[in-house]
Design a protein around this ligand. Sequence first.
Ligand SMILES: Cc1cc2nc3c(=O)[nH]c(=O)nc-3n(C[C@H](O)[C@H](O)[C@H](O)COP(=O)(O)OP(=O)(O)OC[C@H]3O[C@@H](n4cnc5c(N)ncnc54)[C@H](O)[C@@H]3O)c2cc1C
Length: 422
Amino acid sequence: MGKEIRPNKVEVAIIGGGIMGVCIAYYSARLGSEIVLLEKDELGAGCSGANAGLIVPGHSLPLATPGIMAKGIRWLLNPESPFYIKPRFEPELFSWLWTFRRACQAEKMFKSMAYLCELNAASKSLFEEMAAEGVNFFFEKKGLLIVCRTKANWKAAIEEAHDKEKLGVTVDILDQESILQKEPTLKPEVIGGLYFPQDAHIDCLEFVEAVAAKAKEKGVKVLTKAEVIGWQKANGRIKKVLTTRGEIEAEQFVLAAGAWSPYLIKDLDLKLLVQPAKGYSLTYRKPINSPSIPMILSETKVAVTPLAEGLRFGGTLELAGLDLKITHRRVEAIKKAIPNYLKAIDPEKLEFLMLWRGLRPCSPDGLPFIGRSQKYNNLIIACGHSMQGVSLGPITGKIVAQILAGEKPLIDLTPMAVDRYN
Ligand SMILES: Cc1cc2nc3c(=O)[nH]c(=O)nc-3n(C[C@H](O)[C@H](O)[C@H](O)COP(=O)(O)OP(=O)(O)OC[C@H]3O[C@@H](n4cnc5c(N)ncnc54)[C@H](O)[C@@H]3O)c2cc1C
């Protein structure tokens, strides 16, 4: 049971103690309002735990890209592929897939990518600012490598590089010799790749805890084991949330419950096109021959993240609903990918620390939903950050704090409108 005393009435109640919830709390605390953060479990217990922790102002890509549908159908038949949809009859899933298919058009994808690059660049600066403000977290600025073993993937990576150059992103195209020089732990079977020098990485759970600690110092009340189980509404406004630790009245509510968000607002007759997309990570004690630059293994979509004391491999995207069951074949596929790219690193021979899974809150176009609900003016939604929720945490916190304060947000929110698919 969380130790904090529950307030009965506050100005702002934030629902969800993942990276969004804590960053919103951190930036809103500056407003001097009375704020409570409600988390059903522990902070970072959702998707903001042992994810890959990559901050991607360079490698900002939505999941919906041209060609992904054809690839996805091939992958569906392979139990070890990076992508899976659990067959089921669910109207929400059909609407999501239908909208996703439309978002895969080249022009739409390019627009989403451009917008994500802008958001991620602003967010990276805020990570720097937070570190300077005394939020204490592991933060490495070593860039990101995209590593390719096949000609087809290297060709696609080069296309991504050219698209990124058009957006003013710095990216180095590396041939085999240059990539092996850059990261000597890679195997000679690697034929080339990209390097995004501006990308960075963190340990997300450590960051969530550090930001929450600073927010608490600034007066935010954090209630863990406080699950929101209902709402009380009147005259187009929400009055109270009902939680497993009692009722809380507030002037404004922020929904930042990640993949749980659409389920939580069903009782308010609100809809959000967000699907839970499960992914796994495996963390090992960092070996002496660990790579030092984080990387994405292009063919298998596995992310490799060197942490302070650990080495983490993360991947897979399973659209299977709100289901945390572990599919061991997919976890094994992540492990099997590693020795194909890295010299002398075989997960079977490393000291195993942890298997983790999380549900990414995926929107069809890869852009989050941020803004006020049309139906309930005192409800702000901040979810659907898909594969880039770590990277977009601080900018989301800052934007939501601006909305709460009635200020003009520092970035145009139209592409992230909450009702863009209604
Ligand atoms: C394998 C993997 C690797 C990833 N790697 C990266 C990466 O490298 N870079 C990147 O940017 N992103 C990455 N992501 C995505 C990123 O982890 C998510 O986008 C991000 O964590 C979402 O944060 P959130 O705060 O919206 O959701 P969450 O972290 O899931 O937080 C939502 C919180 O709400 C709580 N909650 C739910 N219902 C209720 C309720 N009724 N009452 C109270 N609380 C409730 C949950 O317990 C949870 O703690 C990765 C994801 C996975 C799975």
